[in-house]
Design a protein around this ligand. Sequence first.
Ligand SMILES: Nc1ncnc2c1ncn2[C@@H]1O[C@H](COP(=O)(O)OP(=O)(O)OP(=O)(O)O)[C@@H](O)[C@H]1O
Ligand SMILES: [Mg+2]
Length: 483
Amino acid sequence: MDERAAVTETLPADAPVARRGFGLSVKLIAMIIVTILAVEVLIYLPSAANFRANWLDDKIRVAGVAARVLDIVPDAMDVPEELADGLLASAGAAALIVRRDGQSQLVEKTDMPMPKTAVEADMRDAGPMNLIGGALDTLFRGGDRTLRIIGTPPEDADAIVEILVPEAPLRAELLDYSRNIFLLSLIVAAFTAIAIFLFLNRLLVRPIGRMTQNMVAFRRTPENATRIITPSSRKDEIGIAERELAALETDLFEMLHQRKHLADLGLAVAKINHDLRNTLTSAQLLSDQVATLDDPKVQRLAPRLVQTLDKAINFAQSVLDYGRTATAAPKPQPVDMRALIIEAAAEAGLFGHPEITFENTVPDDLILSLDPDQTARIFVNLIKNAREALETRHGEEPARIAIRHHEAGDWVTIEIADNGPGLPPRARDNLFRAFEGSGRAGGTGLGLVIARELTEAHGGRLRLVDTEKGTCFAIDLPADRLV
Ligand SMILES: Nc1ncnc2c1ncn2[C@@H]1O[C@H](COP(=O)(O)OP(=O)(O)OP(=O)(O)O)[C@@H](O)[C@H]1O
Ligand SMILES: [Mg+2]
């Protein structure tokens, strides 16, 4: 019994399917969540950059208004302190510089403590990557720094304003914004993941799970027709797979039943055949005794009776042999091929044959690892066929059977050739078909089939070689069987 069969038998048919690793649903959920989060990070980065850019632009706009107020004051030194404080307070800045036409004006709040580290945010030529980088910098490295914002106010294209503000409020607002976005993303991700999962689960995971369970259950008890899957009416690939699976299981179920019936039938035939052979053997013994009687009539008929019984016994024997070939696995051992062929030829009735010359050129150092009994049966069948064919012909040249051998690549080939009449059409058309290929009276049509099955059981092949005259069969055996 092989290992798989053992597993099949010890498991109850309804045992759940053991899965290795994570199931399809877990993988699917993980994949959806990871994908959605990745997409959200991609969306979050530009939006955080945008949030920060708006905040900075706001400061520049307020600074622009302050710049216009300062415009009215001719000299920066004359700016009244309250006005300066008011302007700076509205922008939340510690200092404001306005540059226009090569001149600069500076207002500053001396009493406002500012962090020593400064960082510049130039909004005049800020590209998207700069802005994203700036936002990340504020988030991860910012906080206790002074921000120097440079820009051109929207209503005053000639001026350049520069303001110094603490970065902490920007960072706090950006963190707040990020937190909100993050929470919102989580909600969106959860909803989307659930929706996609439910959809895919219904569309793919459940039907695939159903098919998997079915295949496992069917394999455990393929003779149970209720285990054949009932396909759904879907028209897509899953529907096709279900219908194909159902067809496959139905075919398998029918084949199994057919095989079981045939096996039962074969068993019955074998039993009948066995008894028949025994009865015929008893009849043969009787006929042998009858043949010893002196009656001239009996003397004339007895040989024909003996011959007929012989044929019948042979027939019964070959059917029994055929039944046995399918079951026995070869038991290889080193075999001297030359000796084996000589014995097979003797068994096939070649030695002392009045007409047929036997030629065996297989060297005596050709040793192969094969089952000796089965190999002998291969040669006996083939040599017997050749002898039978040669006995029916009335040829000009002397009848001859030759056994040759050659080795090429992965194969050791042994050929059995004769110079007989060649295969009759019936045998040629039904070559290697049990019971159908016999082209001679009294033949069962099993010899070649048995020979081929036995050759294949050894990993080899039996083939008919094209010849101009006579018949030649080649037995190819794998070279790794050489000892
Ligand atoms: N060397 C050969 N020369 C000519 N015909 C052959 C040769 N070998 C086989 N045949 C033909 O092929 C047929 C099938 O051979 P096979 O050995 O399978 O069956 P069989 O000899 O008829 O019966 P059995 O089962 O008793 O061997 C033979 O009946 C014969 O007509
Ligand atoms: Mg034969």
